[in-house]
Design a protein around this ligand. Sequence first.
Ligand code: PGA
Length: 297
Amino acid sequence: MPELDVAELVEAVTRQVLARLGQDGDAPAIAGRAYDSTRPLVAANWKMNACAEGLAPYLAELVAADPAADVLLFPPAVLLAAVADSVSRAGRADFGVGAQDLHWEAGGAHTGEHSGALIRAAGGSWTLVGHSERRQAGETDEQIRRKIRAGFDADLAVMLCVGESLADRRTGATFRVLRNQLQAALSELALQPPTPDRLAVAYEPVWAIGTGEVATLAQIQETAAFVRRVVAEVFDFQRARDIRVLYGGSVKPGNTGEIMACPDVNGVLVGGASLQGASFRAIADASVGADATRRRR
Ligand code: PGA
């Protein structure tokens, strides 16, 4: 695949985005595929980074990943349109692309922010909400609740991030904290719950993010099962069974298989190890590999 000129690409994509703005879209969250919660979902959160080797080589690597995994990319907002465009050119139109955050208002005087409609117009079909780095920057439960609503209103699928701090874990407060985060985020949707393809929950212990420290498999399984239990309390058992619960926090190619073998884990949300195509591809492959297929679900 030839190297793309980013400036040229951004200009072309900007034209498309402007054309799409204002159009109603109803694209599925992972285009071109019926929802199947048993397919592993591997999600890349680039945070405030571009992928290491440039978009074209990164995607060239990734398109060769095991097609049995659903792949989702969360680039920085300024790269969203270029990534979405490159993904569809790269021949894996089934890859999902999303934003790392969104504003709860549909538009208006909010300098530096982006709405769900802008994300959708840029080619995004997902948004992260409630990542711990945003919570640490001051995002409140109330803002998270409004962001989730705004995401659904804009027809985006939402990946809600929850996780406890090290102090929470040490003082035995993990489940109380997670229950509070999940209830605050989801309770208002109880009367009109999202379909399972529109909501995923990423369990990311704050102490495992970017630290190299991974939760034990027992902690991951127990907590993923707990997330499902609270989702069942808020919505219903079927939804709790059918939504995807991901683990995030120092996921690497070498630990993906065993994490995916946890019966309640459907995928991984990956920061640092998603910045290089080869490493993220290895994670996608491992998510459907021998270890992962020991899963019971
Ligand atoms: P990490 O980040 O994989 O670098 O630990 C995960 C995340 O914050 O989503």
